[in-house]
Ligand binder design. Sequence first.
Ligand SMILES: *[C@@H]1O[C@H](CO)[C@@H](O)[C@H](O)[C@H]1NC(C)=O
Ligand SMILES: *[C@@H]1O[C@H](CO)[C@@H](O)[C@H](O)[C@H]1NC(C)=O
Ligand SMILES: *[C@@H]1O[C@H](CO)[C@@H](O)[C@H](O)[C@H]1NC(C)=O
Ligand SMILES: *[C@@H]1O[C@H](CO)[C@@H](O)[C@H](O)[C@H]1NC(C)=O
Ligand SMILES: *[C@@H]1O[C@H](CO)[C@@H](O)[C@H](O)[C@H]1NC(C)=O
Ligand SMILES: [Cu+2]
Length: 220
Amino acid sequence: MKMGVYLLPSPAFLAVLFISFVTLSVHPEPALAITRHYKFDVVLQNVTRLCKTRSTVTVNGKFPGPRIVAREGDRLLIKVVNHVQNNISIHWHGIRQLRSGWADGPAYITQCPIQTGQSYVYNYTIVGQRGTLWWHAHISWLRSTIYGPLIILPKLGTPYPFPKPHREVPIIFGEWFNADPEAIINQAMQTGGGPNVSDAYTINGLPGPLYNCSAQGMKC
Ligand SMILES: *[C@@H]1O[C@H](CO)[C@@H](O)[C@H](O)[C@H]1NC(C)=O
Ligand SMILES: *[C@@H]1O[C@H](CO)[C@@H](O)[C@H](O)[C@H]1NC(C)=O
Ligand SMILES: *[C@@H]1O[C@H](CO)[C@@H](O)[C@H](O)[C@H]1NC(C)=O
Ligand SMILES: *[C@@H]1O[C@H](CO)[C@@H](O)[C@H](O)[C@H]1NC(C)=O
Ligand SMILES: *[C@@H]1O[C@H](CO)[C@@H](O)[C@H](O)[C@H]1NC(C)=O
Ligand SMILES: [Cu+2]
């Protein structure tokens, strides 16, 4: 049997995830794989980091993007709707696409990009994999802002091959560009050279509040 569970982006998703656990635990055959539906709206959002605000291409207005949570054996149906001017495709990094290559995501390799106003449903089953992977845009430099965690829980009743941790917290390492990454790469392509990194952006590697989650709302 097939069961749809609609997971919303956090924090609501935690509640829904909990409800889905409850639903599964009262179900007579709890180990059954299910189909999980997600909707990714690709939209512009003003994002502030390092005291700089920039209009950024995001999924559902989130940076980093929403988490996907599934169990090994589940099918994922992820509808990506493109509301921005850029062409988009999303790659599910590390997922073995078994007979679902068209859901892999690299633009111009396994699919044409999703154009403005269009949508595409990524449809695949997670087979023989568990752990935390990630997803990201797979066209041009949009991957610098469009990414998020993809968490694969073991089947119910199956443990991870390590002791149960006290708590699990996804940690994502990303980059921040003060300039628009698409503008940087477009300019680099026009001038013929590689991107002039020293000119284009600064990677702020200073230790301190940048790595302190409680300091996210730091004053500028
Ligand atoms: C981003 O900020 C600009 C300037 O304040 C504003 O015009 C625009 O509507 C904002 N965009 C979004 C998606 O909030
Ligand atoms: C978007 O994709 C279409 C189809 O591949 C292509 O013709 C068009 O040039 C692309 N647009 C941009 C801005 O890259
Ligand atoms: C997803 O793929 C499976 C296997 O090919 C197919 O049976 C199913 O109809 C697809 N679902 C959607 C919504 O495209
Ligand atoms: C790259 O940027 C640096 C620093 O602004 C500048 O000195 C250099 O001339 C630039 N190189 C090119 C090829 O534009
Ligand atoms: C993290 O940042 C908060 C807010 O700025 C600050 O109160 C706290 O002391 C910082 N913690 C560490 C370990 O630096
Ligand atoms: Cu990847």
